[in-house]
Design a protein around this ligand. Structure first.
Ligand code: WT7
Length: 661
């Protein structure tokens, strides 16, 4: 694409076709605007109506929103419901009961199916197994599972008995599990012996064993082990039990436990500005309403759709758009165990053709890497497969560059499918700013407009509105049902992180910079404004990586981590390190850099490995001793230094820190 074309790209507008508008649930901009007006006119009435229409309540709520203890907002508080009943039981006795709920494709291409009725039975049976091990309403259960039906069953079974789950992504380290077990006070861990990815068998249970051996995990009484492969794994007598063992003799029927709407459905840990991940606590009622509602709004779900969200259940996307939303909406969804590049980089396109996927939702990073693969090997280009089943495409997790958007639109969507660029966060529970496929004219690289009832705005540090066309901080001025309720065990951190005093303490601060188009008011996200990085759509804290590096006490004296733009992964991790020994160069520097990368992988997970590691005799600091991060960001990007560096004690280190290893 020429430079001129790529500049023009941002001004291109792709309105939905007349046919798409006509067939859509939210049909055209006037329908979207009417919903926005309804929310403005009668905010509580709007949400109450949707909560009654979209969820089944065992006890109806009488009060919609309680703001008396803001920012600890409460929604539908005196109502009672069960999340699993709202995903499964609600379909029994309807035509959905015999519909396929999940099409599962394994790493090696084997396909299996479960209907809603069968899924309900499996969830009921596992719920009974949890109860038989003494797990009760309010208990916390860690889930460390591969992608598959069993992971969803485990989540749904917890929800069924009112236990709060906390899923840990299968790529996270033993130390991460250990931290989460302790922070959540978990009573059980659900895991598998191995996971299969890219033809390789990778241990999960061994990592759980290592985590639980780190001490302080006495709260964990049971480890449930799903035998994904025939390979044996270590089993601790009295503590560890295979799925077969615990399911044996358990009835498939299990009455769902009604819980209050505010009951914590799950805790999901995510990175923040400090070294310690935050346990984002979500509710049952408001959260579930959102995942169901956005299936209808954002994905315009129809009964005949085949929905495929490629996210892992270890991330919020896999919670809202794999484990809960599609089931609550009665969709048939595809779950994939493997990776997009195995056995070849056309796997996604091949699977879309094979299963006739109609709604496809993935991350810009995946698209960018598949573009690269298709450009180097024509055999894996999407044109080799019949993708005409597709009708809606989506992206999530990071900004999508207009070039990648155009490629996706043309080569995957055949210039026929709207792309919903969904902006949201672990904390928002579901989409908050996104196009609607049958209404919003699309602009590549823009997440366009807030959903009805989401009072998104761009403000300055004091919370004052910034006019369209200028950049500022993204906020949401009114609460919404699926918002984070607190940080597990740390309400003060919740308040401080998201509801700054300077803005009045009631407005949600997203942590992203954004700008609205002067004419259309469309939002464009410009990236995080805090010490959080987004690498391949994965969220990482710079402080977390710094703590991991300095915990290598025999080697590292000091470390500073910043992000720099990367064509493939969006952002890349760049670490500046001072060693406890003379500054290494050449081969030695490469060797130590690799050692440190592996160390970070072991401490946090492979996704946190720094791409660049640079060594200096010290780090650039201000007179008061603060690390000059802005300067480091410039160095990481290879920019010319324009900052004032006259205060630096040792200006020579700037050259040292520019050398990559
Ligand atoms: C951060 C949240 C949302 C689920 C997966 C990530 C970035 C997310 C977009 C988008 C631009 C985006 C933001 C946000 N982000 N979606 N469509 N356009 N940026 O959830 O791990 O909590 O990360 O991801 O920076 O704050 P998360």
């Amino acid at each position: 694409m020429s430079a001129i074309e790529s500049v023009l790209v941002e001004n291109r507008v792709f309105p939905p076709s007349e046919a798409t508008i006509k067939a859509a649930r939210i049909s055209g901009m006037p329908a979207y605007e009417a919903l926005c007006k309804e929310a403005e006119r009668d905010f509580e009435g709007f949400w109450a109506r949707l909560a009654r229409e979209n969820l089944q309540w065992t006890r109806p709520f009488t009060k919609t929103l309680d703001e008396s203890n803001a920012p600890f907002y409460k929604w539908f508080e005196d109502g009672e419901l069960n999340a699993s009943a709202n995903c499964l039981d609600r379909h029994i006795g309807t035509p959905v009961e015999n519909k396929t709920a999940i099409v599962f494709e394994s790493d090696d291409g084997q396909v299996s199916r479960v209907t809603y009725k069968e899924l309900l039975a499996r969830v009921g049976q596992f719920a009974n197994a949890l109860k038989a091990q003494g797990i009760r309403k309010g208990d916390r259960v860690i889930i460390y599972m591969p992608m598959g039906v069993e992971g969803v069953v485990a989540m749904q079974a917890c929800a069924r008995i009112g236990a709060t789950h906390s899923v840990v992504f299968g790529g996270f380290s033993a130390k991460s599990i250990h931290e989460r077990v302790i922070d959540a006070g978990a009573v059980a861990v659900v895991t598998a012996n191995y996971q299969l990815r890219g033809g390789k068998e990778m241990g999960l249970k061994a990592i759980v064993d290592e985590a639980l051996a780190m001490g302080g995990c006495d709260s964990v009484k049971t480890v449930f082990v799903y035998m994904r492969t025939p390979t044996a794994c270590n089993m601790v007598a009295g503590r560890d039990k295979t799925f077969d063992e615990v399911l044996k003799g358990q009835p498939t029927e299990c009455k769902p436990e009604p819980v209050g709407a505010e009951h914590p459905l799950f805790i999901l840990y995510t990175s923040g500005s400090t070294g310690k991940p935050k346990g984002v606590q979500h509710s049952t009622g408001g959260y579930l309403l959102w995942s169901k509602l956005t299936m209808d709004w954002t994905f315009d779900l129809k009964p005949q759709d085949l929905f495929w969200c490629t996210a892992d259940i270890g991330w919020i996307t896999g919670h809202s758009y794999v484990a809960y939303g599609p089931l609550a909406a009665g969709a048939t969804q595809l779950i994939f165990e493997g990776i997009p590049t195995y056995p070849h980089s056309g796997r996604f396109w091949q699977m879309i053709e094979k299963h006739k996927v109609s709604i496809f939702y993935t991350a810009p990073t995946a698209i960018r890497s598949l573009i690269k693969a298709a450009e180097t090997d024509a055999k894996v280009h999407p044109k080799n497969w019949d993708l005409t089943s597709l009708r809606i495409l989506g992206t999530v997790g990071e900004p999508i560059n207009p070039e990648a958007w155009m490629w996706y639109y043309r080569n995957v969507g055949g210039e026929r499918c709207p792309i919903v660029d969904t902006f949201w966060q672990t904390e928002t529970g579901g989409h908050v700013i996104t196009p609607l496929p049958g209404a919003t004219p699309l602009v590549p690289g823009s997440c366009t407009l807030p959903l009805p009832g989401i009072m998104a705005a761009i403000v300055d540090e004091a919370g004052h509105d910034i006019p369209n066309g200028s950049g500022g901080m993204l906020v949401i001025k009114r609460p919404w049902p699926s918002m984070i309720r607190t940080i597990w065990g740390d309400p003060e951190r919740f308040r401080k992180s998201y509801f700054p005093e300077e803005m009045g303490g009631r407005i949600y601060l997203a942590g992203d910079g954004a700008v609205r188009d002067a004419k259309t008011g469309y939002f464009r996200i410009t990236g995080r404004i805090d010490d959080v990085l987004n690498v391949s759509g994965h969220r990482l804290g710079t402080m977390e990586i710094e703590s991991a590096l300095v915990s290598k006490t025999d080697l590292v004296a000091e470390a500073a981590v910043v992000g720099r733009p990367d064509d493939l992964t969006g952002e890349a991790v760049c670490a500046f390190v001072v060693l406890k020994r003379p500054r290494p160069t050449g081969e030695e520097a490469k060797k130590i850099a690799n050692e440190l990368r592996n160390w970070v992988a072991k401490e946090i997970g492979p996704i946190a490995k720094p791409k660049d590691i640079r060594f200096g005799e010290n780090l650039p600091k201000t007179r008061s001793g603060k690390i000059m991060r802005r300067l480091l960001r410039s160095i990481a990007k290879g920019e010319k230094i324009t900052q004032d560096v006259t205060t630096l004690e040792n200006p020579a280190i700037l050259d040292q820190l520019s050398e990559t290893n």
